[in-house]
Design a protein around this ligand. Structure first.
Ligand SMILES: [Fe+2]
Ligand SMILES: [Fe+2]
Length: 335
């Protein structure tokens, strides 16, 4: 899924002016690729800051996919029908797959999956804060599909054109699957909105819980967005946080009307002059509090992830032992 926090601060130094005539031939080639909006591949030379930015972004994205399995995963055994259970199983499994494509993409930049996972487990790496919120009802699962996956798609479509080839290619497949996720969420909510008053109330309450955290998924406002400038120059970022947020609000207002839910913002209204919706102020204090570890479920999510990794140690050890046995056998047969 999902990617707020893609430009949450890290230790990245800005590169020098790209039109530097004294630049090395490698730098000049890199600059020419950026200029032509081409692709950088793993074997190509790249500036260290470009590599670091992408390792941070792709790994934050991978961690988000894997941690994002938890809030919905805990509803698989409680899905209201066999059909909804099968859909949710497929969706949560997709998210695991997204994490694996993305760890692989990050590995092409010279880091190992173990290093990235260790950083997550040690609390040094970020993942999207949206997964630190709770899913107390079945309607929350539908709202995650509709709004969280919907916001993720808005964020991620421009990444299909990222200048780093392996990331761009991973994103094309991921976006297709996210589109299914968004539709299944909307469909689940639509069924509930055709049901009893209690079901309708459950959907509305879930929308009330998720609306503001979802708007935060697009990251800090453009004026406070630390890495955006450099990421634009490198063709990693294409549309600003505020512009993406606006596109999302405008698209979602129409979908909310079809569902028959109210978006919990008294300031939300069409602005004829801007040809866009105005919306209320986002609570950035809450955003930073959750990013920095003090959300409703930060500790629980990380503890669950670490336990799952530890519980799976025997599987990794068994796979390695099997691979060694196969290699020894192949060696003996060849001798
Ligand atoms: Fe995903
Ligand atoms: Fe998703």
């Amino acid at each position: 899924m999902y990617t707020q926090s893609l430009d949450i601060p890290g230790n990245v130094q800005p590169i020098g002016a790209s039109a530097d005539v004294n630049a090395s031939p490698e730098q000049q080639r890199f600059d020419a690729v950026m200029e032509a909006d081409g692709k950088i591949e793993p074997q190509d030379w790249m500036p260290e800051a470009y590599r670091k930015t992408l390792v941070r972004q792709i790994s934050q994205h991978a961690h988000s996919e894997i941690i994002g399995m938890q809030p919905e995963g805990n509803w698989i055994s409680r899905a209201p029908s066999l059909k909804r259970k099968a859909i949710l199983l497929a969706k949560v499994q997709d998210e695991g797959g997204h994490g694996l494509y993305l760890y692989s993409a990050a590995e092409t930049m010279g880091v190992s999956r173990d290093q990235l996972v260790d950083a997550l487990h040690a609390g040094k790496a970020k993942y999207s804060s949206i997964f630190n919120y709770t899913t107390p009802t079945w309607a929350d699962v539908g709202v995650i599909g509709w709004l969280v996956d919907g916001a993720a798609i808005m964020n991620q479509i421009p990444l299909c054109r990222c200048t780093y080839g392996p990331y761009a290619r991973a994103m094309i497949r991921i976006c297709k699957e996210e589109s299914f996720h968004q539709r299944q969420g909307f469909d689940a909510l639509l069924s509930m909105m055709k049901g009893t008053q209690a079901q309708k109330d459950m959907v509305q309450q879930a929308v009330d819980r998720w609306w503001w955290p979802v708007l935060m998924m697009f990251g800090p406002s453009d004026k406070d967005s630390i890495h955006s400038g450099q990421s634009f120059q490198w063709g990693i970022k294409r549309i600003s946080n505020d512009d993406l947020r606006q596109k999302f609000v405008d698209a979602t207002v129409e979908q909310a009307k079809i569902l028959g839910v109210t978006l919990p913002d008294p300031d939300l209204k069409w602005n004829e002059e801007r040809k866009a919706h105005d919306y209320g102020a986002i609570d950035w204090e809450e955003f930073w509090r959750v990013v920095n570890g003090d959300g409703p479920c930060n500790k629980e999510r990380l503890a669950t992830r670490v336990k799952a990794h530890d519980d799976g140690a025997w599987v990794r050890e068994a796979a390695l032992a099997h691979a060694e046995k196969q290699a020894t056998r192949a060696h003996q047969q060849a001798a």
